[in-house]
Design a protein around this ligand. Sequence first.
Ligand SMILES: Cc1cc2nc3c(=O)[nH]c(=O)nc-3n(C[C@H](O)[C@H](O)[C@H](O)COP(=O)(O)OP(=O)(O)OC[C@H]3O[C@@H](n4cnc5c(N)ncnc54)[C@H](O)[C@@H]3O)c2cc1C
Length: 406
Amino acid sequence: MELDLGPELRAFRDEIRTFLAEHRIEELAGQDEMAGYAGQAEPESETRAAAWSEWEAALAKERLICPQWPEEVGGRGLSGVEMAILNEEFDRAGMPRVVRGMGESLVGPSIIVHGTEEQKAYFLPRIIDGTDRYCQGFSEPDHGSDLAGVETRGVVDGDEVVITGQKVWTSGAHRANTIFILCRTDPDAPKHRGLSYVLVPMKREDGSSNGIDLRPLRQMSGASGFCQEFIDGARAPLFNVIGGLNNGWRVAMTTLGNERGGRATTQHLRYEREFWDLVDTARKLSADKDPLVRQDLAWAYTHVQLMRYSGLRLLSTLAAKREPGPEASVNKLFWSEYHKRFGNIAINLLGAQGMIRPEGPGYRTDRWQQVFLGSRAGTIFSGTSEIQHNIIGERALGLPKEPAVG
Ligand SMILES: Cc1cc2nc3c(=O)[nH]c(=O)nc-3n(C[C@H](O)[C@H](O)[C@H](O)COP(=O)(O)OP(=O)(O)OC[C@H]3O[C@@H](n4cnc5c(N)ncnc54)[C@H](O)[C@@H]3O)c2cc1C
């Protein structure tokens, strides 16, 4: 089913569909959109790298990189509904969007809201053209859920901030060249008030260390998708403080709102594809007639459809130009808990075979083992499920606040 949202949006859908048909590059069909994220993936071949450059140039020409950003900062000013249509059409064509990771989805939107005109003019084009690749330095060993308690210190020294402390669970840090750090610049202020949001280069301009010692962390899935950083005197210009000194909490909340809302309007597409792949696996294993398997699959399908309908509800909120409320937390809780149970269903379906890793070097896991192990992370990052429950209870349902410890 395709939503009919009126003639203007229909024309927009047609425009994107035509663009995709005219510029399609077969070599990239079916590629993960993150594969081209500013050189994240090692291109398998020169031809593949050339194909990405050609695809990037075509999208850039139509302002289809960071297209949700306002036109005056280099985007195309697409509304939430238009973004949903855009994502649907790319998905339908099997072509990857060129995405700029955390720069596009977290840092850019925070700069747009809290940055000065000079900061917008400097930082945003560098995200669009892939010069700056960001990672998120919020969590610390003792401060994950309790983010406002971060202890990493930022001290103003002339026209620079000098940062010392420790960050952990930093996704993609080994591929980033800039880390956005939440640090304490006023230790005497109440804890939410003494924080600053600073964009810190991972290396100095001459390529030497900026005092950030990066150490990869191995996950139970075998991948090393994130790092911890020991930071000793990393320097950033005061110009890189977004939202003003000691005003970092507000900026961080904008970042987290964007992180939790994600792609709520179209995320069901990915889960639906994954669901049908599992049905295929069930058929191959002749498990598709097993009533317990069918019951699990029916549960999963129902939940993907619920995700789709709640995406449509969010779309109609956006189409009516109303601000979404606590949907971001509801959405985050729903998809992450769904995916964790889906991982259990997949691994149960494989039976004993699910306990055996594929042969090969390193710590290999197959697709469903990856879902089973990796989906646990979804209920932790961007605020754990317990934290989302607290937000929904207190801010959406108006329940009494959780008593503070001590
Ligand atoms: C895959 C992955 C990627 C990540 N990427 C990043 C990243 O790029 N950058 C970054 O900064 N961080 C990142 N994180 C870290 C993530 O944000 C934290 O792990 C998360 O906020 C939880 O913090 P914690 O691990 O310190 O757990 P804690 O905060 O110590 O929580 C431990 C347990 O206590 C519960 N709990 C804590 N407080 C409460 C409360 N008030 N009420 C009820 N229960 C509570 C939690 O739900 C959890 O079950 C990532 C994490 C994962 C798993």
